[in-house]
Design a protein around this ligand. Structure first.
Ligand SMILES: NC(=O)c1ccc[n+]([C@@H]2O[C@H](COP(=O)([O-])OP(=O)(O)OC[C@H]3O[C@@H](n4cnc5c(N)ncnc54)[C@H](OP(=O)(O)O)[C@@H]3O)[C@@H](O)[C@H]2O)c1
Length: 343
């Protein structure tokens, strides 16, 4: 990277070098140095400080149709980012201002001003806007309250419970007074759920068949399943469902690296037998709930009723390793890359 003193600003980007087969490897990514142009009218040039690392990026590394466009080969990846304005072609933004946008995975982002959002650092630290106060937090809020349609007395099961979405979903259910069970991928994460996030019961899904572990953690059965994982977890959750149970289908990370699509849960007959509702959702369809989410969750954060963790990887050059790590459970809470330190 270099400043514009020599007349040319240079920056780095992470490109997709190859489409992964199964779990991505470092060879699927390439660090590329590029010239960074100045912004024209209607554009904002941002020096990224943090970039988000998210499971949905794995799907975009594959070719073919998905709910988001596939990443192009030999072109930069993108994703949520926080940074400071360097130069602005829009009167609403000025140099030094902290903003969020969707062109992460690079040092400098040239962003259309209509896609830039000012970040209010008085409410929470900047990184929170990519996690608990960003898309993952909003996903937990909508998925639990709207899609999960909680009723008094429901027992709630959250998978991927130590991750960005799951850790908030579980805490929100606890805030509403529910009994909450979580699953995660290590004993340390299970201890985090029980000791720091207030879950009533939790298990490490590597410790045995998920159906047996869930039956032990929720012997009375469950009413709502917040599904981040799919696969064996989903089948186990359906098996544990009580009458009129609900499944909020948020994601299925256990299948994202699958080379062949696994067969679905073998017990879908339970949907009619137990009158279960299973509903998938995309958070971006719920913009009408964004302001409610920010108001409620920022308030609960301020009151200390919600806590959150973050896992930081330093250096843009290590972002590929951060994504590979996320897909293998290296994070507790939100996975972020520090592209550059703040001022
Ligand atoms: N529908 C929407 O609008 C929306 C929006 C955002 C995210 N999502 C989905 O929400 C889910 C969570 O996303 P996030 O951003 O909060 O990520 P995250 O949970 O912070 O990170 C991913 C976690 O997945 C777990 N994992 C990896 N492989 C697994 C496997 N085979 N079985 C079980 N768990 C596995 C790992 O934790 P362990 O150590 O516990 O294995 C890892 O830490 C993902 O499915 C994502 O696609 C959906």
């Amino acid at each position: 990277m270099s400043g514009p003193a020599d007349g040319r600003r240079r920056g780095r980007e992470i490109h997709l070098a190859a489409r992964p087969h199964g779990l991505p490897t470092p060879r699927d990514f390439r660090l590329v140095e590029v010239d960074v142009p100045d912004p024209v009218e209607g554009e904002v040039l941002v020096r990224n400080e943090l970039t988000s690392v998210d499971p949905y990026m794995r799907g975009r590394m594959d070719a073919g149709p998905s709910y988001m466009p596939a990443f192009e080969l030999d072109a930069p990846l993108d994703g949520g980012a926080i940074g400071r304005v360097v130069a602005s072609g829009d009167g609403r933004f000025s140099p030094g201002q902290l903003v969020s946008h969707a062109l992460g995975w690079r040092d400098y982002a040239l962003v259309p001003a209509r896609h830039v959002r000012a970040v209010d650092e008085t409410l929470a630290p900047a990184s929170a806007y990519l996690g608990v106060l960003g898309a993952p937090g909003w996903t937990a809020y909508v998925g639990l309250f709207d899609v999960g349609a909680l009723r008094d007395g429901d027992v709630v099961f959250v998978s991927g419970a130590a991750g960005a979405v799951g850790s908030l979903a579980g805490q929100l259910a606890k805030l509403r007074g529910h009994r909450v069970v979580g699953s995660a991928g290590s004993p340390a994460k299970v201890a985090h759920l029980l000791d720091e996030l207030g879950f009533d019961a939790a298990f490490d899904y590597h410790a045995g068949p998920v159906a047996e572990l869930l039956a032990a953690a929720a012997p009375e059965g469950i009413d709502v399943y917040f599904d981040n994982v799919g696969g064996e977890h989903l089948e186990a959750a359906l098996g544990a469902m009580r009458l009129h149970g609900r499944v909020a289908v948020c994601g299925s990370i256990s299948t994202y690296n699958a080379v062949e699509r696994p067969a679905g849960p073998r017990n879908l007959d339970l949907l009619f037998a137990r009158r279960i509702t299973m509903r998938g959702f995309m958070v971006r369809d719920h913009r009408d709930r964004y302001d409610d989410f920010v108001r409620d969750v920022s308030g609960w954060l301020r009151d200390g009723r919600i806590v959150y963790r973050e896992t930081f990887v330093d250096g843009l050059e290590n972002a590929p390793q951060a994504l590979i790590g996320l897909l293998r459970g290296a994070n507790t809470g939100k996975m972020l890359v520090r592209v550059a330190p703040g001022p």
